[in-house]
Each structure stands twice: as structure tokens, then as C-alpha cells.
Ligand binder design. Structure first.
Ligand code: NDP
Length: 477
């Protein structure tokens, strides 16, 4: 089997490899991917540092052309790359192709942004002096990504980093290196100069840690768990380095008595269970007012009965497998915790056997949960959702905000008054009205508050806040 190697200083290197396993069929090895070392990481950082002076001064047309070419190739190969994504992560094929299209759109967006780089000229308060405000790239950016969006998250970090003139050392999650390799290969062939983009696949504790320990990494953009995020923060403060963290969520979706029942059920099913509940914006707390509670639970349960859990590549599958054995154990442990805490298991909770051996779990719904239970406070990151019964809108809002996280929040209501109040008073970075808590646009800011995020927003024009540093220059006329 071919070993997909790391890209360091424009060369494909590395011979030790790790197997990439298909969670829908654990007999299938998706590919062998290089297992990077501390030495590899140091070499990649040195290459990115050496490439920075030239790339930071490269023309905006060169950046535009490379980013555009990459976006075009990803779009042209969306079915093939989408199938790879479904095989390595377990997302259903339509979801995986959709994510691949999203990656292409992100490259298209930042190809455009490269042509729109601008500064400001402002009069000084003193006579005969001009003031210019410009943005400079940071230098070497360390990119560390999680397994749940194997192509979209790398795209939304790599594209702006390159657009604004930075060089990169990129470490994807060890579980899903395939799409990352594909994206780096595409950018390499699109004409990026040697050393501008370096890929070091391997373990977080080895490659990721070596990035955190390096004084030559000027910025780290990280998406992943809260625990690893804290390590990134501590190490970055030590090196006086800029950092950006996107971490977990425990996203609420409020359903009010006046909600359109179909809209509420569709949004809740999508938020909680699509992509196997493995989205940071997934809703795992459904906060439902008492007038609609029983009807809503009955309709959602009927909906869950219709959802097919099976091999991600099979047509007709609504929910693919859990990503791996470790995450499956976390999910089933939380199901036991929910039962012990006194929540009522209203649907699912069992492992499922399918034609191909994989990590299949029924969508699981708890009712009669309280917001103080561990299943309501801790991120599970699987297809496990709790319904919390509340008296009225005021209690619903207070319960929605009573969480250490603040990424996304939703409300299903036909009341303009409550929708408007919720948008203003939700303590989340992203608020959805009559929509799933997951599912966002690529040209507007993405990010959260409280324990979910730290640092500037990602995506859209707001990405410039992280990937550049502002310079103010004064000139005597
Ligand atoms: P982890 O924190 O375990 O891993 C994230 C990345 O960090 C991986 O590439 C991992 O490497 C790497 N890593 C692990 N240890 C270290 C270390 N010591 N130093 C540097 N890097 C390290 O998260 P998961 O991959 O398990 O992702 C799931 C989590 O991500 C969930 O909590 C989810 O909510 C969150 N997430 C948040 C999003 C958001 O935007 N808010 C979006 C998507 C996910 P490796 O795994 O290869 O060992």
C-alpha cells in the first residue's frame, strides 16, 4: 500500500505510517499515512520560517491564482474527495460531498479576499503628518485541526493564512489524515512555493506538542477539545504568541409552545443527530416549554424511528457510524450516566449491528432531564440528546444560558417578540431562529463565547483579525 507522506520544504517525506481505518467498515484500511516525528515538525517549522519573507511579499495576484486553482480542483473532485471523507470519518456521502463543496467555496472566498487587501489613510491630529494603517501577516502559523470536519476546518484555516501572506505548518487529526493530505497535495500542485505550506501528520502529543513548544511559531489556530485548547493557550502565553481556540459546545435549542411543530422537529433532529451528533454546533439540549412538550417529544420520537443508521457510503443512510471505538465508549458511558442520573431513556441507546462491522449507535433521546445533570452540562459529542422541560420562555432562556459553553443556540417559535429577545439575550456566538443550531455560511464570522472559543472569530472578513497584525505608520509630509 502507498504511504501518503508529509510535505516538508516542498518535498514528500516520511516512511513510518499509521493506518487510517473506515469506521463504517473496520476491515477496510482507507490508507497508510505518515507518522510525523518531533524532528519532522522542527524541519517543517524551519522551512515555513525560511519561506515567510518571500511569501509575505508575494503579489496578491499570485495568491489569488493559487487559492482559486485549489478551490476549482476541490470542486471538480467533490465526489471523489467526498467519498474519501465519508470513508475516513463516517459522515454520510451527501454530508461529506457537501463539506467538500464548502471547502472549495472557502478557497474561492479567500481567493477573492486576496484581491481586496486594503489599508486606511487617515489624517493626523498634528499638521503635515499622514497616518497609514496596514495589516501585516504574522509569520509561521501552526494549524491544529480535529477529526469531525476533516476538510472544511483545514480549509477555513489554511485559506486565510495563505491569503494574508503567512506560511504554515499544518497538523490534522490523526484519525482523518486523508482529506488533509488531498488538500495539501492540491495546493502544492497549484503552485505554492516550497516551504509555504508544510504538512506534518502524526500524533497530537508528538507533532502538535512540538508546534506548541517552538518559539518560531508566531500564531496557532486550534479547533478541538477544551482540554487540548488549554494546553495551546498555556504554551502560547509562554511564547508570547497569538492564538485562537474553537472548542466544545453544549448548544441549546429552545422550543416554545407557539412553535411550528414540523419546523421544530426537523430542526431538532438535524441539530442533534445528523453527522452522528459529532458537530461542535450540534444541539444536545432541547429546552421545551410545557404546553408543547409531550406533542414535541412524540413527534421527534416518530421522526427518530425513520432515521436509518448504516454504512456512510450506502444510499439511504441518514446517520453514519460514530468515528471510532473511543468516541463510541464515551457515548455509551454517557448513556449509562444519563440513566443513573434519573433521566428517562425515551428512544435508542443501543449499539447496532450492520452488514459491515462499524461503530453503529442508535440515535438516543433522553426526556425528563434537568439542566444540572452531567448529560446536560458536559459535551458528549455523539448522537445523544436530552429534553429539558421548562415552564415558559423566561425559564427557557435562563436554562439555555446556564452552561459553561456558548457556541451556538437556537429557538423554534412563531413569536417575533421572543425570537428578537432570544437573539439579543442568548449568550452564544451564533443564534439560529427556526433553524438547526448547526449549519453556517462560509462568508460570515464563526465562533463562540465563554468556554467555547477564545480569540478572534474565524471565516469571512473577520478572519483577518487573527491572521494579521495591524501596523500604524506616521509620515511627515
Ligand atoms: P482533540 O483536542 O483531542 O484534538 C484536536 C487536535 O489537537 C488533534 O489534531 C489532536 O491530535 C491535537 N492534539 C492532541 N494533543 C495535543 C497536544 N498535546 N498538543 C497539540 N495538539 C494536540 O479534539 P478532537 O479531535 O477529539 O475533536 C473533538 C473536539 O473538538 C470536540 O470537543 C468538539 O467540540 C471540538 N470541536 C470544536 C469546534 C469548534 O469550532 N468550536 C469544531 C469541531 C470540533 P490527534 O488527535 O491527532 O492526536
Amino acid at each position: 500500500m502507498t504511504i501518503y507522506q508529509n510535505l516538508i520544504a516542498g518535498e514528500w517525506v516520511g516512511s513510518d505510517a499509521t493506518k487510517n481505518i473506515n469506521p463504517s467498515d473496520t476491515n477496510e484500511v482507507v490508507g497508510l499515512y505518515a507518522d510525523g516525528t518531533v524532528e519532522d515538525t522542527k524541519n517543517a517549522i524551519a522551512a515555513a520560517k525560511a519561506a515567510f519573507p518571500a511569501w509575505s511579499r508575494s503579489g496578491i495576484w499570485e495568491r489569488h491564482v493559487i487559492l482559486k486553482k485549489a478551490g476549482d480542483e476541490i470542486m471538480a473532485r467533490k465526489d471523489e474527495v467526498g467519498a474519501l471523507l465519508a470513508r475516513e470519518e463516517g459522515k454520510t456521502l451527501p454530508e461529506a460531498i457537501g463539506e467538500t463543496i464548502r471547502a472549495s467555496q472557502i478557497f474561492e472566498f479567500f481567493a477573492g479576499e486576496a484581491l481586496r487587501l486594503a489599508g486606511e489613510i487617515i489624517p493626523s491630529v498634528r499638521p503635515n503628518i499622514g497616518v497609514e494603517i496596514t495589516r501585516d501577516p504574522l509569520g509561521v502559523i501552526g494549524i491544529i485541526t480535529p477529526w469531525n470536519f476533516p476538510i472544511a476546518i483545514p480549509a477555513w484555516k489554511i485559506a486565510p493564512a495563505l491569503c494574508y501572506g503567512n506560511t504554515i505548518v499544518f497538523k490534522p487529526a490523526e484519525l482523518v489524515p486523508g482529506c488533509s493530505w488531498a488538500i495539501v497535495d492540491i495546493l502544492h500542485r497549484a503552485g505554492l512555493p516550497k516551504g509555504v505550506l508544510n504538512l506534518v501528520m502524526g500524533k497530537g502529543s508528538v507533532v502538535g506538542q512540538a508546534m506548541l513548544d517552538s518559539a518560531d511559531v508566531a500564531g496557532i489556530t486550534f479547533t478541538g477539545s477544551t482540554g487540548t485548547g488549554r494546553r495551546v493557550a498555556a504554551a502560547s502565553i509562554e511564547h508570547n504568541r497569538k492564538f485562537q481556540l474553537e472548542m466544545g459546545g453544549k448548544n441549546p435549542m429552545v422550543v416554545l409552545d407557539d412553535a411550528d411543530l414540523n419546523v421544530a422537529v426537523e430542526a431538532a433532529a438535524n441539530s442533534g443527530f445528523f453527522s452522528t451528533g459529532q458537530r461542535c454546533t450540534a444541539s444536545s439540549r432541547l429546552i421545551v416549554t410545557e404546553g408543547i412538550h409531550d406533542t414535541f417529544v412524540a413527534s421527534l420520537t416518530e421522526k427518530l424511528k425513520t432515521l436509518v443508521v448504516d454504512n456512510a457510503l450506502k444510499s439511504g443512510t441518514h446517520i453514519g457510524p460514530v468515528v471510532d471505538e473511543r468516541q463510541l465508549k464515551t457515548d455509551t458511558d454517557y448513556i449509562e450516566i444519563g440513566k443513573q442520573e434519573g433521566a428517562k431513556l425515551a428512544f435508542g441507546g443501543e449499539l447496532i449491528t450492520r452488514e459491515t462491522p462499524g461503530f453503529y449507535l442508535q440515535p438516543t433521546l433522553f426526556t425528563e432531564a434537568t439542566n444540572q445533570m452531567r448529560i446536560s452540562r458536559e459535551e458528549i459529542f455523539g448522537p445523544v440528546v436530552s429534553v429539558i422541560r421548562v415552564k415558559d420562555y423566561e425559564e427557557a432562556l435562563a436554562t439555555a444560558n446556564d452552561t459553561p459553553f456558548g457556541l451556538s443556540a437556537g429557538i423554534a417559535t412563531t413569536s417575533l417578540k421572543h425570537a428578537t429577545h432570544f437573539k439579543r439575550n442568548s449568550e452564544a456566538g451564533m443564534v439560529m431562529v427556526n433553524l438547526p443550531t448547526a449549519g453556517v455560511d462560509f462568508h460570515v464570522p464563526f465562533g463562540g463565547r465563554k468556554g467555547s472559543s477564545y480569540g478572534p472569530r474565524e471565516q469571512g472578513k473577520y478572519a483577518a483579525e487573527f491572521y494579521t497584525t495591524v501596523k500604524t505608520a506616521y509620515t511627515l509630509a
